[in-house]
Design a protein around this ligand. Structure first.
Ligand code: PEP
Length: 289
């Protein structure tokens, strides 16, 4: 583990090193058979104009062809671009919201509710992104309220979880994710879990260019799946999609996607480049689809 940490912190090529062909994971992988891969982009506070947003969305949509893997694709975009983005992608992908207000109406200036989003056809919303946790002080309780509201409204939620660098260095990734999962999903019923996806996003990997090695990500994903089994049951754990997020690029996606518990990617920076994100959508897996 120490070596891996050193590689990550140094931004070493080791963090990008391909997994050996025919590795233990590829041989036992069930991911592409049991769970549909899910590639998603998080545009954050980008791009700056509607024209740029539409050009980017169209470029991304055009990369989804009949030769693409059988994959769900979603873009989480700024509210003001949601409707126009939806109409520019020929139904090839979902357009979701980067966050929601847990209240439905009232004196919450600037907030956007799930009912507003649902009324324009939004299906997916993010909750718990580390930037919302850190910059806007969103707590696990608040994130749980968002998740519950999204599910109550009949929409789907991608709950983001992940440890800080200090927590990673203390080998606390699994326990931090356990707390965030238990608190974030509190009160969500077993039968609604098909409208939940998890994005494991180590904070030290987001926007840093330091992608987790496939082995590190796989290890945490497997722990998250075990936590879901503990909270619900094994069948629920086997069915839920757990995406990896944190500096995913065309160079790193294939090896990440070859891991048995990595079901997709949540992509920030590279989702702002249609050709890079297109390559990520068209990932190549060691496991035949
Ligand atoms: C993110 O914002 O969710 C993210 C993973 O960003 P990046 O891909 O730029 O690290």
């Amino acid at each position: 583990m120490k070596l891996a940490i050193a590689s990550i912190l140094a931004g070493s090529v080791a963090a990008f090193a391909p997994s050996p062909i025919g590795n233990q994971y590829a041989a036992t992988s069930t991911q592409l058979h049991a769970r549909k891969p899910f590639i998603s982009g998080n545009w954050k506070l980008n791009p700056q104009t509607k024209d740029e947003a539409l050009a980017l969305a169209k470029g991304i949509a055009s990369s989804i062809t009949e030769n693409s893997p059988d994959v769900d694709v979603a873009l989480f975009v700024p509210y003001v671009f949601i409707e126009s983005t939806m109409s520019s992608v020929d139904g090839k992908l979902s357009v979701g919201a980067c966050q929601v207000c847990p209240q439905l109406k009232g004196a919450y200036t600037g907030a956007i509710s799930t009912s507003m989003l649902k009324s324009i056809g939004v299906e997916w919303a993010l909750a718990g992104h580390s930037e919302r946790r850190e910059i806007y002080g969103e707590t696990d309780d608040y994130i749980n309220a968002q998740c519950l509201k999204i599910i109550d409204e009949g929409m789907s939620v991608m709950l983001c979880i992940g440890e800080s660098l200090a927590e990673f260095e203390q080998d606390l990734a699994g326990s931090v994710c356990a707390v965030q999962l238990k608190k974030g999903l509190k009160g969500i019923n077993r039968e609604d879990l098909d409208r939940v996806a998890i994005a494991y996003e180590p904070v030290w990997a987001i926007g840093t260019g330091k992608v987790a090695t496939p082995e590190i990500a796989q290890n945490v994903h497997a722990k998250c799946r075990a936590i879901i089994a503990d909270m619900y049951d094994q069948e629920a754990a086997d069915a839920i999609r757990i995406l990896y997020g944190g500096s995913v690029t065309p160079e790193s996606v294939d090896d990440l996607m070859s891991m048995p518990d990595i079901d997709g990617a949540l992509v920030g920076g590279a989702s702002l480049d249609a050709s890079k994100f297109g390559r990520i959508i068209n990932f190549k897996s060691a496991v035949p689809v």
